[in-house]
Design a protein around this ligand. Structure first.
Ligand code: NAD
Ligand code: DAU
Length: 357
């Protein structure tokens, strides 16, 4: 199946994956339609991420609309104003640690926000089949693995943090709108993304910046938790492929087939950063501090992405060593971006919650 989607509503387009998605479409995918970026600009959303795109395309093929996905009237207005025929739903509260400290925002945005978008789409599209609601979700909905095994699309949901529970709930709503009302939907569940524009509260950018600034490198628990890492534009290529060619109603798992314990990943990163900064690696290693574990910390995530490879021909294109080095370079070249995004709400939040750690 091949869809022709022209007027996209991208939610959360000022965040990490969303801003890279918009860039991917305009710069790499040859997309010639219009993108409407609906973002509330929480602490995680930053219009600097798309300043060049705004300058080149603003008001022509790119439109930024500030707003909350829970605001029904606002979303309805955008569907009508821009004649939306596809939603790419990325807006979310995305950080597990924040969900443990304050779950309410996660329920509001991830559950109620998704419901609001689905319901507006259902009413605006009324039985059309030339439209699509694509939901971007996470592998965390499947819970936690032991030493062996992989999450496949048929793995039972077993979310264990407020973040993953809210994402699981949103996934179920998306499927329910397809099953009950016939809303055309597709879904992707991806593993840990890395790359430029990731907010520096997440493991990789946090560690890169703390290494450069001589700050401590906080490893949760024993450092042996395992994550699977994928370059953000490989994820975005998968999302766009599924939107264009994925079967309606289907979910696709996306992953890097690239598992690392946190401590091994950190050691790898230290090697790269030490070489770039001309520092002895022992100096950076001495910054490692083992801290209290994340409550309920999932032990291992690993993705079986054979479905999207087999059915749609997707494969990852960025090797991890290359992607990691590119990412380190990006953060070192964009220290002003980091300082800026950390200067507002994030700084206040860190002060309140982590000062004593
Ligand atoms: P992010 O936190 O960097 O960005 C989220 C964006 O959503 C921000 O721009 C924020 O301003 C916006 N937003 C938040 N609440 C909003 C609301 N109520 N209304 C409108 N906009 C709002 O997140 P990310 O890492 O880019 O993740 C994007 C999506 O991908 C999320 O749905 C996340 O669950 C999913 N995902 C992320 C990863 C990952 O590794 N980062 C992996 C798999 C899936
Ligand atoms: O798996 C996909 C998910 O990946 C996405 O759905 C989430 O939105 C995204 O935030 C990410 O969740 P994680 O919890 O895996 O990512 P985070 O970067 O917060 O942590 C990665 C691992 O590193 C995790 O095992 C916790 C650990 N960690 C994290 C931080 C911030 C540390 O040891 N120290 C830290 O300071």
């Amino acid at each position: 199946m091949k869809r022709k989607l022209t007027n996209l509503l991208v939610t959360g387009g000022a965040g990490f994956i969303g801003s890279n998605f918009i860039r991917y479409l305009f710069e790499h995918a040859g997309f010639s339609g219009r993108i409407v970026n609906l973002d509330a600009l929480t602490y995680a959303g930053n219009l600097e991420n798309l300043a060049d795109i705004e300058a080149a395309r603003g008001g022509k093929s790119y439109f930024f609309e500030r707003g909350d996905i829970c605001d029904r009237a606002r979303v309805e207005g955008l569907f009508a104003k821009h004649d939306i025929d596809a939603v790419v739903h990325l807006a979310a509260e995305s950080h597990v640690d924040r969900s443990i400290l304050g779950p309410e925002a996660f329920v509001k945005t991830n559950v109620m926000g998704t419901y609001t978008l689905l319901d507006v789409a259902r009413n605006a599209w009324k039985g059309r089949d030339d439209v699509l609601f694509h939901h971007v979700s996470t592998d965390e909905v499947y819970g936690s693995l032991g030493d062996t095994g992989y999450f496949s699309e048929t793995t039972s949901y077993d979310p264990r943090s407020p973040y993953s529970a809210s994402k699981a709930s949103s996934d179920h709503l998306v499927r329910a709108y397809n099953h009950t009302y016939g809303l055309p939907i597709t879904l992707t569940n991806c593993s840990n993304n890395y790359g430029p524009y990731q907010f520096p509260e997440k493991l990789l950018p946090l560690m890169i910046m703390n290494m450069a600034e001589g700050k401590s490198l906080p490893v949760y628990g024993d450092g042996k938790n395992i994550r699977d890492w994928l370059y953000v534009q490989d994820h975005n290529a998968a999302v766009w492929l599924v939107m264009n060619q994925g079967a309606t109603g289907e979910s696709y798992n996306v992953g890097g087939e690239n598992e690392w314990t946190n401590i091994d990943l950190l050691m790898n990163l230290i090697g790269i950063v030490a070489a770039k900064l001309g520092l002895p690696r022992a100096k950076i290693e001495s910054q490692i501090v083992y801290v209290t574990d994340r409550p309920g910390h999932d032990r291992r995530y690993a993705i079986d992405c054979s479905k999207i490879k087999r059915e749609l021909g997707w494969k990852r294109s960025v090797e991890f060593a290359q992607g990691l080095e590119k990412t380190v370079d990006w953060y070192f070249e964009r220290k002003e971006w980091v300082a800026h995004v950390k200067s507002g709400e994030y700084a206040k939040w860190i002060d309140k919650n982590y000062r004593a750690r």
